[in-house]
Each structure stands twice: as C-alpha cells, then as structure tokens.
Write a protein that binds this ligand. Structure first.
Ligand code: ZN
Length: 101
C-alpha cells in the first residue's frame, strides 16, 4: 500500500476527478480510501430525541485506490511514489523530484 493516512491525494477518475484532499481512512482489505470532502453522499441521521428532526450529514464514500494519486509534499504534484531501502529502513520517495517523505 503506497498511500498513508494524511496523504494529500488527487482524484484521477470518477465524478470528483481533479479535486484534491487528505486521506482520512484506508481500507486495506478492499483497496479503498476515504478522502476528505471527496465522493460525498448524504446520510440521514435518525433523530436522537423524539420530536427532533433527523439531520442529513455528508459522509465521504470510499473510493478505489486506483482512482487517486498521491501528491508529493515537496513538489506539490501528483506523482508516482517509489520505495527504496536505506540500510534497514524503507523509504518512500517521489519519482518526480526524488525527495523522501
Ligand atoms: Zn516530488
């Protein structure tokens, strides 16, 4: 999995194509991610008390990891991420500018 929670990603497919947002949740089993403000759907909340109106909240629906691309924190461009080993540690780096992150 090349995406981490908190990564800025750009949506490259679907109705929110072109938008960017931060990853808020990763579903490893299904290969999906939730991105802040992306692919929102309205969910009705039941009223907590009787006589109260149920409210509608907007919840991000997870989208396929293949529909997003990680944005580099250095060059701010959506780019492919590579991995390299430095000693025992594995680093992720931007294939565009080469900066580890
Ligand atoms: Zn970069």
């Amino acid at each position: 999995m090349k995406i981490k929670k908190g990564d800025q990603v750009k949506i490259i497919a679907g109705k929110d194509r072109g938008k960017t947002g931060a990853v808020i949740k990763i579903f490893e089993e299904t290969g999906r991610v939730s991105v802040e403000g992306i692919n929102l759907y309205k969910k009705r909340m039941r009223p907590k008390k009787q006589g109260q109106k149920g409210e509608t909240v907007q919840v991000p629906r997870p989208l396929s990891i293949s529909n997003v691309m990680v944005s580099c924190t250095n060059c701010k461009q959506p780019s492919r991420m590579g991995h390299r080993m430095e000693g025992e540690k594995k680093f992720r780096y931007c294939k565009r500018c080469g900066v580890s992150q």
